[in-house]
Design a protein around this ligand. Structure first.
Ligand SMILES: [Zn+2]
Length: 56
């Protein structure tokens, strides 16, 4: 089962989807789809890099 990258809930049907860098993502609801399209990098950073350690 896919996980919604925006809110981390389980995606039951693949109604809402988006593509970033050639990879398809599925969302639990239209709101999450909108949020992802509005600011996809925000969610990608959180999923792939976790939190970057603080550098000064
Ligand atoms: Zn969601």
């Amino acid at each position: 089962m896919d996980t919604c990258p925006v809110c981390n809930s389980q995606v039951k049907d693949k109604k809402y989807s988006g593509i970033l860098d050639g990879v398809a993502y599925y969302f639990c609801c239209g709101e999450c789809e909108k949020n992802f399209e509005f600011e996809p990098r925000k969610y990608m950073n959180c999923c792939m890099k976790k939190e970057k350690s603080k550098e000064k």
